[in-house]
Design a protein. Structure first.
Length: 564
């Protein structure tokens, strides 16, 4: 067994390497994808805001990522749309399309600058997950958590999209860790760290509301054993106040000096009202559609959007933890309860459970991306539980509660083999889908080839396939296609000549100048193929039973309509 300090150094190095590899993979994948549905809004609104100091157009999202993407895009000194038009909230899509696709700007270059920010955050997410697990469970825990975070397909997919899903997952993970540190060691330093992390999470997305009950749960768990300690009660009260003051100060800075945080309050009430009876987008799951969604949408999507290797690792962790604690419970029940409440792995466990509870009541059933904050927490939990496999059977080197669920020596080798198998399965399933991580569907859903039959929208098809369509047209020598596109980009800006079919956003031209009158190929986005957003119409029902000529990026279906 390596000395502890040396083992930690090796683990840190491994975690850094894993994070860098994950960043490289997601960066390479993003270069193969055209603009996805929502990302142009934050990038364009941010570029306008930082260049002209006009922050009044994109008001339905907190400003932090808009600010970061805006600086990235503005660094290219792009041509901005004319301010002769009074751009408002309803015109944000028009502004974004004008900036990226209807000017002299190169859309791929501008988007690459914005996406570089998210790629860095995806690598940071893997790094923080590994370090969190290393702190909580030791060297093996850190490497396992970093590895499973890095091979989570939606982390790689949305790490290459200039939106706020992966950044929120990073801020959420940091905040859970910082809140746990605050209640364990309440000082003004931990209070400031937790406050800044909290502000960053709320500055990205209102899903950060789940952090409030998580903080209460962590405080209750720590207080269960320390509430009689007057010094701890005083210190945690002071640290909590420092946290709130730091969070408020950071939010005021993000909202450009607005002491009343009026836009944050507006977004809060908008989120609460929507969650309690708004009108969500139609949902699609396992071949069925629903206007209201399903409470079990995200548990099913978890099985479909994460690799089977991760599921095996989770089963191993739950079995190892449950069986060992049950064995100890029969002997020392009070010690088990006390130990679990103080366990270093309690924060990712509580964070995952509470955020999942929020998801179960959510009607935003249009993408597993909304569950991204839960995924690194789950990976850290798995890493911390399985981290006990690192320590020798005699118990030396135990951390926290590892002695409570120490597996019997005769099964340690078997569990280690299964862990290696789980990591290998997850890595293989993810790598083999490169670069189309966004459309990943596990073996439980039939794999990516059949993924469109069980999921839709940002789970499979988010407008990312135009570059692949352009490549297909060049390879086939095709001048134009019939096109039904689910996305916000302008296909003509990517060099695609087309005859327009019904699409989510009406395509700018019914027939582009270079389009043939009767193209051979019909190209339909997977989401449109289901007729999901056509208000009761189903214009492509006949195509669903046909065998496509090609499927591009698992998102665009190409049908050969040449006369036979």
């Amino acid at each position: 067994m390596l000395r502890s300090r040396t083992a930690v150094r090796i683990a840190v190095l491994a975690i850094v390497v894993i994070a860098c590899v994950a960043g490289s993979i997601t960066g390479a994948a993003s270069s193969r994808q055209s603009a996805t549905f929502d990302e142009i809004i934050l990038a364009a609104g941010g570029a306008r805001a930082v260049t002209l100091d006009r922050w009044d157009m994109v008001t339905d999202q907190p400003p932090l990522m808009m600010w970061l993407y805006g600086w990235a895009v503005a660094s290219a000194d792009p041509e901005l749309p004319s301010e002769a038009r009074a751009w408002d909230f309803n015109g944000r899509w028009d502004y974004a399309r004008a900036l990226f696709f209807e000017s002299s700007n190169d859309p791929e270059s501008l988007l690459a600058r914005a996406r570089a920010v998210t790629v860095a955050m995806a690598a940071g997410l893997v790094l923080v997950a590994g370090l969190f697990a290393l702190w909580a469970g030791g060297p093996l825990a850190g490497v396992v958590a970093a590895t499973f975070t890095a091979v989570t397909p939606d982390v790689l997919a949305h790490g290459g999209v200039a939106y706020n899903d992966v950044p929120l997952a990073l801020a959420f993970l940091l905040c859970v860790w910082a809140l746990d540190a605050l209640v364990r060691w309440p000082t003004w330093r931990t209070g400031i760290c937790a406050g800044v992390a909290l502000a960053c999470a709320f500055g990205m997305k209102m899903s950060a509301l789940a952090l409030v009950p998580i903080a209460v749960a962590l405080l209750a768990m720590e207080g269960a054993s320390r509430w009689r300690d007057e010094g701890w009660r005083r210190d945690v009260g002071i640290a909590a106040c420092v946290c709130l003051v730091a969070a408020y100060g950071a939010l005021v800075v993000m909202y450009r000096g607005d002491l009343t945080l009026s836009l944050l309050r507006f977004n809060f009430w908008r989120t609460v009202i929507h969650a309690s009876g708004g009108h969500p987008a139609p949902a699609f799951l396992l071949g069925s559609t629903s206007a209201d969604g399903w409470w079990y949408y995200f548990p099913v999507a978890f099985l479909l959007k994460t690799p089977a290797g991760l599921h095996l690792a989770l089963i191993l962790a739950l079995w190892l933890l449950g069986s060992s604690l049950f064995r100890e419970w029969r002997i020392h029940p009070r010690a088990v309860v006390t130990g679990m409440l103080a366990w270093t792995g309690r924060a990712p466990a509580a964070g995952f459970v509470i955020f999942t509870a929020f998801l179960l009541r959510s009607d935003l059933n249009t993408g597993f991306r909304y569950a991204l904050p839960a995924m690194p927490l789950l990976c850290v939990f798995i890493g911390v539980v399985l981290g006990v496999l690192w320590y020798p059977v005699d118990g030396s080197g135990d951390r926290s509660l590892t002695r409570l669920w120490r597996p019997a020596g005769r099964i340690v080798a078997a569990v280690r083999v299964l862990l290696v198998l789980a990591v290998s399965m997850a890595g293989f399933a993810t790598v083999r889908t490169h670069p189309w991580h966004l459309s990943f569907v596990s073996v439980w859903g039939g794999g990516q080839v059949a993924g469109w039959r069980v999921l839709s929208d940002s789970n499979v098809d988010w407008g990312q396939g135009l570059l692949e369509l352009r490549r297909f047209m060049q390879e086939e020598g095709v001048a134009s296609v019939r096109l039904s596109y689910f996305g916000s980009a302008r296909p003509l800006a990517y060099g695609i000549e087309y005859v327009a079919l019904p699409s989510f956003f009406r395509l700018a031209e019914d027939r582009t100048p270079g389009a043939e009158r009767d193209p051979r190929f019909t190209v339909i986005s997977a989401t449109n193929l289901h007729g999901l957003y056509f208000q009761g119409r189903d214009p492509f029902a006949s195509y669903r039973e046909r065998v496509p000529y090609r499927v591009l990026g698992n998102a665009l279906f190409v049908f050969d309509d040449a006369p036979t």
